[in-house]
Write a protein that binds this ligand. Sequence first.
Ligand code: HEC
Ligand code: HEC
Length: 331
Amino acid sequence: MKLCIFAASLLLAGTSVAWAAVNEPIKPVAVAKVANPALVELGKKLFFDPRLSKSGFISCNSCHNLSMGGTDNIKTSIGHNWNEGPINAPTVLNSSLNLAQFWDGRAKDLQAQAGGPIANPGEMGFTHALAVDVLQSIPGYVADFKKAFGKDKVTIEEVTKAIAAFEETLVTPNSRFDKWLKGDKKALAPNELAGYQLFKDSGCVACHNGAAVGGNSFQKMGVVEAYKASSPAEGRISVTGKDADRFNFKVPTLRNVEMTYPYFHDGAANTLKEAVETMGRIQLGKKFTDDENSKVVAFLKTLTGDQPNFKLPILPPSSDSTPRPQPFAKK
Ligand code: HEC
Ligand code: HEC
């Protein structure tokens, strides 16, 4: 009889764990599945290769540094000719979970996004044709493209496809919060759990939910109170042309948010404390006490997952015929 009650309560506890995970508005990040390892390896090299820029100095990793949460940790990015960009660089970590790419969602997916920075005069300052010429002139790359795509001719579609395949591997599973979601009740400290409760009860989860804790909708920045941005960006309206979309931005992921400072599309908030204060005030009309704010921040820090972990790619050397970098060429 005693054993029976014990078994029943175990069963109940078991059910309640499963129940909790199913009903939480945030889902664990799944481990990436790699379908084509040669394609991912090629994409990794391209992500780190500054020869895709006019200066020969700027790679994707310059602004999406995988040692720093996939960001540059500066207010707005610095591109070709020390050009100061208009907007904060979002993280590439978990970007495969986004409904679209860029703050205004103007690229439908990672492949569509990846061509943008190469040809953007303020970022890598190159052209697609010249980037392809450079790669085609490097025997090591020609061999890699052959391995991944089965032909000798390099195209920009293949370049962007390989980069996207690599980016799809940049997910960050196994955060402490995900361990908790999966039933490890000891994974979170009481103040972190209290922060999660505040995050849910205050209404943050209305916009920050799902596996990425964001990334799945466009929302107004400044629902209750207008936000004075230091960037000229107007958000989603630049894609749809609809007035209702003015100042709607893609809700950023909060995965690894401890590492991806400064915050907001204009990079105006330096600390999580400030970002949480601003969000509460302008999105929800809520003023957190210092104690509540620190609990929400403690919760947000539990969203840091496994960071990319691989051998640094060694890039194939240029050949005698490879076009040379132009570090000081204007535009
Ligand atoms: C000079 C800095 C810079 C370089 C170089 C750069 N990016 Fe970005 N990246 C940015 C900025 C800034 C944004 C946001 C632009 C916007 O939303 O209008 C961005 C956005 C993105 C996004 C969208 C993320 C999201 O959540 O919307 C992805 C993915 C991305 N970049 C990948 C890349 C790849 C791949 C490369 C190399 C081919 C690259 N970036 C090169 C600065 C840079
Ligand atoms: C109405 C939707 C909405 C609600 C509610 C909301 N957010 Fe946000 N959140 C956004 C949007 C949109 C952005 C990006 C805005 C921008 O940069 O222009 C954002 C950005 C953030 C950022 C900065 C992330 C980064 O990488 O720049 C943090 C942190 C954040 N929110 C936390 C919270 C917290 C905590 C709450 C609850 C107090 C909350 N949010 C409530 C929509 C929302």
